[in-house]
Write a protein that binds this ligand. Structure first.
Ligand SMILES: *[C@@H]1O[C@H](CO)[C@@H](O)[C@H](O)[C@H]1NC(C)=O
Length: 332
């Protein structure tokens, strides 16, 4: 009976469902893969955990990037790895943005930035397609930042989320005042074609970027982390009724420090109920953890051995087969 209900949970809809990238705690996952980038080298970089350690990692591929964008700005940031429940396909998605480009300014980047995300596809985590630039936003958008995705079993598609700000349709040069940054989404089966983009979360008084979801191990139970672009701090909300359900704010911010951004969240592979949250302090990730995700007091992780220089990315639990494949193909 127990086994049966677990299967039913895994197959329920996105409105309530498990994410495929969700660790089944105490499960068959044997380690974690960090997908990240660096400011001087804005390409996909991988770090692999030492077994199930959440703080000790080796920089794969001899410390070199594993994938470089040849499309759009030819630079990527905010790297996110996603997969389906069957783990039969993997997509790396990223912001198309080169902050080292001649004449770069953040004002320009939010008016004339890319309206696409950079996408790579693999069937085994080892052999990857070339990079593609997939336009997901309307031409009123000034940029598309920090994409993430959640697979939905019921509709066999991914929900893709990102942050954009929009200019009036008559302001085709994007020279005027824009809307506040909001979280947008579209659905896709293949990361080639996407539904029309829509608002997911747009607040009247707060610009928002850098959303990441965390499945909490029961149908409909999720946390989400968002950056308030006014305070430059990350806050948390939780729900019991799915991504499109009602959300409750955890009072205050994850940390009373600024700036922090780019949340990367993952459940511990070994200890049930333990969650990790990494926040980027504009230099590198700082790791935090809690054993009470619904009313957390996020504490610093014991970070001896934690790599320096990790930037806004994602952490993916790996099966034995996946772990051995990436370790063999991209040795440290
Ligand atoms: C973001 O910060 C501003 C400034 O403190 C505050 O007024 C606003 O309510 C905050 N929004 C959220 C969603 O935390």
């Amino acid at each position: 009976m127990r086994m049966l209900s677990l299967f039913i949970v895994a197959a329920s809809a996105v409105l309530g469902s498990a994410s495929p990238t969700t660790p089944r705690q105490g499960s068959s996952f044997v380690g974690y893969l960090v997908s990240t980038f660096s400011d001087p080298n804005p390409r996909v970089q991988w770090h692999l955990s030492e077994g199930n350690s959440a703080t000790n990692f080796r920089f794969l591929n001899g410390g070199n990037a594993v994938l470089a964008s040849t499309v759009g700005t030819r630079a990527v940031r905010d790297i996110y790895l996603t997969t389906n429940s069957a783990r039969s396909e993997y997509f790396l998605i990223a912001t198309d943005l080169d902050i080292n480009a001649p004449g770069f300014s953040w004002d320009w980047a939010t008016r004339q930035g890319s309206r696409g995300i950079v996408v790579w596809k693999s069937n085994n985590l080892v052999d990857w397609s070339g990079s593609s630039l997939r336009i997901v936003e309307a031409d009123t958008a000034g940029m598309v930042w920090a994409p993430s995705a959640v697979w939905d079993d019921d509709t066999a598609q991914y929900y893709v989320f990102w942050a954009s700000r929009h200019y009036a349709s008559w302001d085709t040069g994007h020279t005027g005042v824009a809307s506040l940054d909001s979280i947008r989404y579209a659905t896709t089966k293949d990361f080639t074609s996407f539904s029309e983009p829509r608002d997911y979360l747009a607040l009247p008084d707060t610009p928002l970027i850098d959303q990441e979801f965390q499945y909490l191990g029961a149908p409909g139970a999720w946390a989400r982390f968002l950056k308030n672009e006014t305070t430059l701090q990350v806050y948390q909300e939780t729900t019991r009724n799915g991504l499109f359900g009602s959300w409750t704010r955890v009072p205050g911010y994850v940390r009373n420090e600024a700036p922090l951004e780019g949340p990367a969240s993952f459940a511990d592979n070994v200890i049930p109920g333990l969650y990790h949250l990494w926040l980027d302090n504009y230099q590198q990730y700082v790791p935090f953890e809690t054993s009470d995700i619904r009313s957390p007091s996020w504490r610093s992780s014991n970070s001896g051995g934690f790599p320096s220089g990790l930037k806004h990315g994602s952490v993916t639990p790996l099966t034995r087969e996946e772990y051995d494949a990436v370790a063999a193909a991209f040795p440290a």
